[in-house]
Ligand binder design. Structure first.
Ligand code: NDP
Length: 322
């Protein structure tokens, strides 16, 4: 099979197509013909070595496709079933091994590319808005990079829960996308002090929650945007990691909360994984959640996909199509 292999950590150029033997499913695993693989920011952290993974490895965690072989002891799934996943290492490939416990059956009404596009970022947006900070009717929350993969989904889910979204983006085109996803206010944070503007938009009060996947460049401003006892949800580092934080800043900011959540801890059981996925599928089938696929690339062009993602040229989801 064809796959992308990383022989050494580095920039997008280390993503090289290679011929590899088809993997064999072990006990509790299934082998899937991949219809589409999702590109995620975490793939860039693993590629660069920020999140260390021993080389060589096949990157990618997400995808959707059809089961073609079963390992021993798998129950509840069959050859021919369509499944998706958000946590199967080696997904930038024509075939991938998925733990049956992490394989999510895809309903007939959801196409393969939509399924591959919604798992990692959609499950993330779901847990952020429903569990990390359960958005309440009328809450104003700040969503950074709202035209990105997580951002567009998070904006829509906050709106589904009756919240008000104050969004940040870096271009006019992204502003339009954020508005189309339901954002009530859109701030060009490349031009305007987003913290001061958010305070103005909330009559000086600040917001009860900031969803920040940008990290280094927004972290201080995000803390300054919270109202007393607000929660800073730092869920990523697209602009780079945040330096160590003095807890005293949470005091002076107004008894703030800081959390650094991860999808794995919010999908710890199969029940929780399937319940979150079930909500996403239900919204998609009801036309309430639009999964925007901002770019499709041949598998061999993984390098270009990473360049576009890290270059801030992407919107919504990027997919690799074998
Ligand atoms: P996005 O599609 O959101 O792409 C990143 C966006 O961040 C860019 O489009 C850009 O939007 C913004 N950005 C701001 N500064 C920079 C910069 N210096 N370099 C690059 N981008 C910048 O990516 P994803 O949806 O895949 O991921 C978003 C974040 O969510 C990432 O930090 C990722 O690690 C995190 N994540 C966390 C998870 C968790 O469970 N903790 C799970 C999934 C994702 P703009 O141009 O508008 O500024």
């Amino acid at each position: 099979m064809r796959a992308i292999q990383i022989q050494q950590h580095g920039g997008p150029e280390v993503l090289q197509a290679a011929d590899m033997p088809s993997p064999q499913p072990g006990p509790g695993q299934v082998l899937v013909d991949v219809a589409a693989s999702g590109v995620n920011y975490i793939d860039t952290y693993q590629r660069s070595g920020l999140y260390p993974i021993p080389v060589p490895f096949v990157p990618g965690l997400e995808g959707a496709g059809r089961i073609v072989a079963m390992g021993e002891g798998v129950t509840g799934l069959s050859t021919g079933d369509r499944v998706g996943w958000a946590a199967a290492a080696g997904s930038y490939a024509e075939q991938a091994i998925v733990d049956a416990a992490r394989a999510i059956p895809v309903p007939d009404g959801v196409a393969d590319d939509v399924a591959a596009a919604v798992f990692l970022q959609g499950l993330t947006a779901h847990y952020l808005a429903t569990s990390t900070y359960p958005v309440q009717q009328g809450d104003s929350v700040l969503v950074h990079a709202a035209a990105g993969g997580v951002g567009l989904l998070l904006t829509q889910i906050v709106k589904l829960r009756g919240g008000r979204v104050i969004a940040t983006v870096s271009t006019d085109e992204k502003a339009e996308l954020a508005r189309a996803a339901g954002a009530d206010e859109v701030i060009r944070y490349d031009q305007v002090d987003f913290s001061a503007e958010t305070r103005r938009l909330t009559a000086g009060r600040g917001v009860p929650a900031v969803f920040d996947g940008v990290g280094r460049t927004t972290f201080d401003g995000s803390l300054a945007t919270l109202r007393p006892r607000g929660i800073m949800v730092l869920y990523g580092a697209a602009s780079g990691p945040v330096p160590p934080v003095d807890p005293q800043r949470l005091n002076s900011g107004g008894s703030l909360f800081l959390t650094r959540p991860s999808l794995v801890h919010y999908t710890g059981t199969r029940e929780e994984l399937l319940a979150r996925a079930g909500d996403l599928f239900g919204w998609i089938e009801a036309g309430k959640l639009d999964v925007r696929i901002g770019g499709r690339y041949p598998l061999a062009d993984a390098r270009r996909a990473h360049e576009d993602l890290e270059g801030r040229r992407s919107t919504g989801k990027l997919l690799l199509v074998p």
